[in-house]
Design a protein around this ligand. Structure first.
Ligand code: ATP
Ligand code: MG
Length: 445
């Protein structure tokens, strides 16, 4: 009977055979963030709906069309569509901002948005993201962008363009909003229904519309960089200088306004053209007003979110290396109850010392056990039967070379195994195969 309940549209299963790819990205993301002074934070999967209305913004696509809102008893909650709102809420609620600034946190979490599923656009997806609170300096913007770039580089990604823009502060933006209203107002009748509303409530959102007609009208709209106040344009100039100093290539794209409402000054995106239309792998920026808006002090802050499914799509496309999953070091093939008991004890001891040991749990015959050992890529096998138990010795087989060495099946077994194992590693090193020796080589090794 086949299962007729399938996973919901726009969600994915990550199978054991593929999970090492996620582990690679997560490990390198953690190490990179920590090397920039960020610590991990973990926040709830759902929050009070109001939190997202007040931070992400009521006129955004996310809030208007994409939120998963659930009613439980009398209370309404929303599954987080992004990580910033919950993270800032947690920082405020737990008094993190009263501690030494800047506060730097990162997270790896799932996000939920009700969108039309397609390659690189899911309803449950995952983000690696981070937030830095306390610094208004453009050096902090450069730091956060440099972190994202470092991570992309360490993952081996190529041809990912960095676009930056400044969308100013509320002051310079109000003049710009007027200019946008004038521009789009002429075409009001042609705009999509959402944009008609945006024209009144939040004209900058017009530039983020995905409808082809609104996009066309937006093509020759005024650009924000012509409206920046002295403070905002000075900030932007310094950011560009720092990025140049770091040898980070970027392009200024005055059309980037970002999908969420809370941004001020710097916004940025890392984009690839290699995975189709959903090419933005990372988006972020500064949101100096958000913390105050959520009831905290006025604390400048910034951050980014990186879509892990999109990142993995590009890594696969570009043939990037992943950290290979650890393989079985030793497989005990057993014949009979006494041999099984011995294998249980030896495996336990070896695992205590960090080795990956396995034995048969399926009652297979010897031939089938050896076939299984081959299949899982065991480095060594040892066949234990009544003879071996009687003689007190066992033949350890190097599965790659086919060589066998006889070792005592007594309390020295682990020591003997360790020295043979060590020699094999040293041989691989001499062959120049350093990465394979330590199980950190390429996927195909
Ligand atoms: P897009 O313009 O592609 O809809 P966005 O502006 O809505 O992106 P953000 O809210 O900035 O995206 O989220 C940060 C990152 O999360 C994106 O750059 C992308 O990599 C990823 N992301 C966003 N929405 C999805 C989704 N539905 N499925 C997979 N990844 C997503
Ligand atoms: Mg979106």
């Amino acid at each position: 009977m086949s299962l007729n309940i399938k996973r919901p549209n726009g969600t994915e299963d990550v199978l054991p055979k593929d999970v090492y790819k996620w582990h690679t990205v997560e490990k390198i993301a953690r190490e990179t963030a920590e090397s920039f002074g960020f610590s991990e934070i973990r926040v709830p999967t759902f929050e009070n709906t109001d939190l997202f209305l007040r931070s992400v913004g009521e006129t955004t696509d996310v809030v208007q069309k994409e939120m998963y809102t659930v009613k439980a008893k009398e209370t309404e909650f929303t599954l987080r569509p992004e990580g910033t709102a919950g993270t800032i809420r947690a920082m405020l609620q737990n008094g993190l901002l009263n501690d030494a600034l800047p506060q730097r946190v990162y997270y790896i979490l799932s996000c939920f948005r009700h969108e039309r599923p397609q390659a690189g656009r899911l309803r449950e997806f995952h983000q690696f993201g981070l937030e830095m609170a306390g610094s208004a300096s453009p050096a902090a913007d450069a730091e956060v962008i440099s972190l994202a770039k470092t991570l992309l580089d360490r993952l081996g990604l190529r041809n990912i363009e960095l676009y930056i823009n400044s969308i100013g502060c509320p002051e310079c933006r109000s003049k710009y909003q007027e200019a946008l209203k004038a521009h789009f107002g002429v075409h009001e009748e042609e705009l999509c229904d959402t944009c008609k509303e945006r024209l009144v409530k939040n004209p900058m959102r017009l530039l983020d519309c995905k409808s082809p007609i609104c996009r066309e009208i937006g093509k020759d709209a005024p650009i924000i960089t012509d409206y920046l106040c002295e403070e905002c344009s000075g900030h932007f100039e310094l950011l560009k200088k720092y990025l140049t100093g770091l040898n980070i290539d970027f392009k200024v794209n005055p059309r980037i306004v970002r999908g969420l409402d809370y941004y001020t000054k710097t916004v940025f995106e890392f984009v690839t053209t290699e995975i189709g239309a959903q090419g933005t792998v990372c988006g972020g920026g500064r949101y100096d007003g958000l913390i105050e808006q959520l009831g905290g002090k006025s604390v400048p802050a910034l951050g980014f979110g990186m879509g892990l499914e999109r990142l993995l799509l590009v890594m696969d496309k570009q043939g990037c290396d992943f950290i290979a999953p650890k393989k079985c070091d030793i497989y005990f093939a057993t014949m009979g109850e006494n041999a099984l008991e011995k294998a249980i004890a030896l495996s336990h001891e070896l695992r205590e010392f960090g080795y990956f040991a396995e034995f048969d749990l399926m009652g297979r015959g010897l031939k089938a056990q050896m076939k299984y050992a081959n299949k899982i890529g065991a480095a060594f096998t040892a066949v234990i039967g009544d003879n071996e138990l009687e003689n007190g010795s066992v033949r350890l087989k190097d599965m790659e070379k086919g060589e066998e060495i006889e070792i005592a099946l007594d309390e020295k077994f682990r020591n003997s195994f360790e020295s043979i194992y060590f020699n094999k590693m040293m041989d691989s090193l001499e062959d120049g195969d350093v990465l394979a020796a330590f199980g950190t080589g390429k996927e195909n090794d």
